[in-house]
Design a protein around this ligand. Sequence first.
Ligand SMILES: [Zn+2]
Length: 406
Amino acid sequence: MDRTTLAQELCRELEKMVIIDAHEHLPSEQDRLASEVDALTMFSHYCKGDLAAAGMKADTLEFVFSKAPLEQRWAAFKPYYQQICNSTYARAAHIAIERFYGEERLCDANLLTLSERIKANNTSGLYKRVLREACGIETCLTQGADHPCDEGLMTPVHWTINNPRSYADIQAQAKSLKMPIETLDDLLKAAAELVRRIKQDYKGVGFKFFVFPMQRPDRVRAEAAFRNIRDNPDQRLPLQNALSDIFFDAIFAALKQHALVGCIHTGYWGDFRDLHPAFALYMLDNYPEVNFDLYHVGYPYVREAIMMGKTRRNVWLNMCWTYLISPGFAAEALAEILEMVPANKIIGFGGDYFVVEKVYGHLVIARKVIANVLAGKVADKDLTFDGAVAIARKMLYDNPKALYSL
Ligand SMILES: [Zn+2]
């Protein structure tokens, strides 16, 4: 069999597989059904980043996704749409609108009909139709879901932006937990309570946070940092700080106690230099009984992320978002991961979306990349066909199920 035929055959095998989607941001179906949707909804979320990069100004961007009349918003969107069509973010949207709404592209002629079809499909059962029936997904590990919902379609992974660097961060944490945080000990109690609630109240399976350059916790320095921000509410601690160190020390102790996974966002976002995957080394090495799921293969610091999967027992490499960032990078990364990292350590797919239909778009791209990479290994006789299928099944189902005890 030539490589192209092998890839097609492997893709067909992948299409039959039940999948655990290892990272989503989906709102509950109830919230999605309550929201206004139209053709432009399909180009929200990541496409917004491309529109901004293409030159769309912030106020125009806000207008395009506002409640203003659709035709006016389309007129503002259209010139930039032409510029972003080559990017994978738009491609995932196009795959989704073709599969669910029968149009390959958005244009003057189909703006209204496409919007009508999207509205008509915005009914109870939408998530089941998209995720279960079209994607074959058993459950989505969903950041922000407060409780398991939609017939088990969503499994919560809690997210904290509250790496405590200012008094406002701490008070936001206090408010969300409804616990006073006036002292360092209160903050550490809050960390333990947060993780307890994720496990026991929300039935969550993981705790997500942004990587940061953690160092050994130091109680004296942490006390001083706490006092500093309490007495100077405008003060924001630097990225590397004693308060974050001690807060996350308490978080990791609680993750160990409750057997929850530490989900680490690495790379791509904002000032991505602050999110270098190698910052996770301290955590991996000093909390050996916590399992960590390293998101996005650290893009653009890919090799550093792969090295951690290669050399550390307690880290998994999660391909979530990667195929959408760039199928080319994802293919190269996956090929290299397969040559370096044990097959039980690869988490194969996470749609990483707010808009449910686009999970399908991402999955189609992901399957193609995975099939192509595995086909290359089979063609080179590094893997048998059945061996390749078995690896794909581990990536897409067995590994996330085992890591998150689903
Ligand atoms: Zn995400």
